[in-house]
Design a protein around this ligand. Sequence first.
Ligand code: BGC
Length: 873
Amino acid sequence: MSLSLAPVTFEHHRPAFGIAETKPRISYRFEGTAVDWEQSEVDIEITQNGIPKVYNVKTPDSVLISWPGPELKSKESATVRARAHGLDGQPSSDWSQPSTVETGLLATDDWQGAFPIAADRTTETNGTKRPVLFRKEFSVNSTTTKARLYITALGLYVAEINGKRVGDHVLAPGWQSYSYRHVYDTYDITDLLQKGDNTIGATIGEGWYAGRIGFNKQIPRNLWGATLGLLCVLSITDDSGKETTIKSDLSWSASTAAIVSSEIYDGEVYDSAAELKGWSTSNFNDSDWLAVKQLPMPVGSLVPSDGAPIKSVEQLKPVSILKSKSGKTVIDFGQNLVGWLKVTVSGPAGTNITFQHAEVLNDGEIDTVPLRSAKQRDTLILSGNATQTWEPSFTYHGFRYVQVDGWPSATPLDGTSVVAQVVHSDMERTGYFESSHELLNRFHENVVWSLRGNFLGVPTDCPQRDERLGWTGDAHAFMPTANYLYDASGFWRGWLKDAWSEQKRGDYMVPPVYIPSDDVNDDRRERARMPVSVWGDVVVGHPYQLYQNFADKQMLEEQYDAAQAWIDKGIPRNDVGLWDRSTFQFADWLDPKAPADDAGAATTNKHLVSDAYLIEMTRLLSSLSEVLGKDDLATQYADQREELIREFHKAWTEAYPVIANVTQTALALGIAFDIWAPSTAARTSAADTLREVIKNNTYLVGTGFAGTQQLGNALTSINATSDFYKMLQQTEVPSWLYAITMNGTTTWERWDSMLPDGSINTGSMTSFNHYSFGSVADWIHKKIGGIAPGSPGWKTIVVAPEPGGDITSASAHILSPYGAVNSSWTVRADGFHLSVTVPPNSKAEVTLPGSGETATIGSGTKTFFVEGYTIPQ
Ligand code: BGC
């Protein structure tokens, strides 16, 4: 019986370097096979300034334990390890491997003397901005023991020291609501410095800050500013403990070089002939460089990131090089992905190579129509000097195919000369699922790929067309799935801070429909600030779901006001408290029956959907109030919900045999949100009707964004899980597996983004990488895989697989905050076999299918058997 602890982690950081919290909460996962193990106390050793001190904390908690030591100061680091003790007679663990935590620039004068600098040149206000290089030489006279670079940009930055790239973040500092929150990053640059002459350089591109970002006909530029700027502090501590700082100020110089343009939507143009060799080293003559000028400090607070940085996390090689119908050369990566190419090539000077990225082929050619105005095209012009390796710096693309024009004959085009870099926020992968059903497994893979393609700094709707915005409705639908697959806690924490900052601007208390929005262009602000259900409801749904997954009350406190403000003030009500009927709604967006050119024309009334969500959001707010000990408010919202249910029935059910719209969405929402609970007869009739509607639709999907995420839950709650299996296993359009039969490798925006004849949906929004309909994976994890958090943060686990359809075995695995949770089952001739692994310090409530028998188990691996069990059909 072994027990060990993984290295401790801090708050929701990955890694905890340059963080804002001075008393970061500590968590650790358990490893090993200890049976029924529970923690009684823990020793936490904190080493500050070389002096270790052990704190004994009597607590059963192993997640988010309060920092027991003295508060960390600005730029201070500590090493922390833990050793956990069990209840009487249970073993203790050894010390965990040490983890380091370090704070960022937290003192008020830390940035003093530093200010954003811009090149002393005219800014291209109405067009693409040529990236700007900044450099500064400095000398280091003694041995460096510790050096840090704190850096951000008005735009995006890449930093170099003595010719070497600093760190491995890309598209840094990511995208925030810069008017409120402007992230800076911290790097350990100790090893990059040398005694004597040193040089720091940084290239700044326009990014989201100053680039072309938005949607619809006119996409504005310069949402947060028109001038590219660099802001940094470099801190060097020598062996005598003396600290010297180098700051962005007027002593720097600036220039432009090989990157002619690099834009989020449109791609990069790189002219190798304009490269400035050695510009970030000290042997470089910068006498013809420009002076720099001072810009005002960023408007938003300078803060470290809550979430993981964006990185290149994987490389894919081409699976084939095709010739298109018209004879063009097209690389197929076999996987729709997000990122860019990295190429190694040589050829004559002036060779102009273009890389046109696309998600699909249509009639034998790459199809760029779904990109709308986004070019997604990179151009590399060779200098002819030598073999060079290039990848773009300030753009990203959604693609599986790349049409290459102008590739020089001197270099073979293959997996050694071209690879795809897969790029996303570098969160920890936590959740997995597998089954005996191959198409379902591929679907699950696609869900993961669409998450990876759209968790890039913010949760985007799509990664390829001229949009890529943090649409709230999409995030709301997908959140439970996302939190199982990855630890997205820090990612959401930052995004929800921006949501709240934007929501409380003015006094409407309406969150924009995509975040970050902007507060610059009034016209656009109006559009982004529409109060709409499901989308706006994210400020209630997210805090609730985050709390279920990570049990962080402090984070919930941060988010509670937004939830309450939306319910109390943001939602325009009619005289009985339901949604104001004059409001615009997206509601059951992309109902499969909506025409290609009218995605909102759903078969379920928009205000019916809105009212159902309002009832559910009011319940969630009541529950959150209770968690935070706000008992009066909990009661108040619970009562409000009862009243809303009564009004819902008056509006939507009483005058009809069942409900105003006899659709999958209307019925599923009513059932899943318990709106029929007061009357068993009415609920039964709704349940029967839902089953009939689904059957009459030959088990094809009839839901859009609002209904899809709740359909499985509704069917399971009325003991109709087998119906949902029939839907899940459908391969005709519209169904989840249809895209797999069409060789889709990501989840699509529309049920029929590609039509059965292989042509592309003609609607103006046709993405092949949208995560919303992948929201069904939450149900797959819970009911096929069989695991879900039972109490917040996975302290208890609900294990309740419900086999169905043709699936004879499945397994689900998650690295919960406590450690590895596993459920694997198989149905054989003799019955149902289940194996469950529970990590130390947590428990599982296991419900066996068929028998309904339940058991509560502690840590360890246990097996179960239901004799004679057969899969219900
Ligand atoms: C996006 C969505 C988004 C929607 C708003 C679309 O263009 O891609 O997924 O939620 O607009 O209805």
